[in-house]
Write a protein that binds this ligand. Structure first.
Ligand code: ADP
Ligand code: MG
Length: 246
């Protein structure tokens, strides 16, 4: 098993807050790949300036830190993790291509799964890079799940229930998750436990490699988010935007 860098423990429990002087930081200054910045400019609604949560989360995620990001709905949390995640996948897919997905994004519903998959796909299309995402939902029969995974996606967008189903049906191998998974994102994390996904998550986290970078995005803080932090994250950076109340 790989050791996490020692410096990470020094930052345990650190609270990062939005700072005035960071107001004007651009996506370039956050360390984003020019291909991604061009893709943002190309989108219908052109995105030119990072939101506060993006300003603090993107550099940390690019550095490989585990992050818990809490910011209100509509603050741009999806791109806060998608942009650095895609940039990391550029590097992974360019080197030793894995036989199983390098990243999982887990969300509480099939509808959200579709939204995130769409946002990822449009970003990738604009970048013209060879990255592949699939969405897996419990509505799909086993052969369809098998076919989707056989296409060697770099990233899987799914619900915890569907990943647990794939594991128990042998569509996904726990050993390949252990070999290949580099990044795990739990989006809308505040809802995952109340939607009843605790055991499904445990089915996955049992095989989570130590090196896997974990990102937890939520709109609120709650006992459930704390529980997830304990279940999944080691020494995360806790990003809490000032305007968020409890
Ligand atoms: P959250 O997950 O925090 O609720 P979303 O990621 O769904 O928020 O983003 C909300 C909206 O803001 C989306 O329409 C998204 O395209 C837009 N958005 C995201 N980042 C930016 C940005 N840097 N500048 C302008 N709009 C943005
Ligand atoms: Mg969101």
């Amino acid at each position: 098993t790989e050791e996490k860098p020692a410096q990470e423990t020094e930052h345990k429990g650190e609270e990062a807050e939005e700072e005035e002087e960071e107001e004007e930081l651009t996506f370039e200054q956050l360390g984003l790949d020019p291909r991604l910045i061009r893709a943002l400019n190309k989108k219908d609604i052109s995105i030119t300036k990072p939101t506060p949560i993006q300003r603090v989360a993107i550099p940390l995620i690019l550095e490989g830190k585990d992050v818990v990001a809490r910011a209100k709905t509509g603050s741009g949390k999806t791109l806060a993790y998608l942009l650095p995640l895609v940039q990391k996948l550029f590097a992974i897919s360019g080197s030793n291509r894995k036989l199983a997905p390098s990243a999982f994004i887990l969300v509480p519903s099939g509808e959200l799964c579709q939204q995130v998959h769409k946002e990822f796909s449009s970003l990738i299309d604009s970048c013209k890079v060879q990255l592949k995402a699939v969405q897996l939902t419990t509505k799909m029969p086993d052969p369809d799940l098998r076919t989707a995974l056989a296409g060697l996606p770099d990233i899987v967008v799914s619900t915890p229930a569907c990943v647990a189903k794939c594991l128990s049906a042998g569509v996904l191998q726990s050993s390949s998750i252990n070999d290949s998974l580099e990044i795990l994102v739990l989006d809308e994390a505040d809802l995952l436990l109340s939607f009843g996904y605790e055991n499904d998550l445990k089915a996955l986290t049992a095989f989570l490699p130590r090196r896997c970078q974990c990102l937890l995005m939520s709109a609120t803080s709650s006992a459930d988010v704390d529980k997830l932090k304990k279940l999944i994250l080691h020494n995360p950076y806790i990003l809490t935007l000032p305007e968020v109340e409890g």
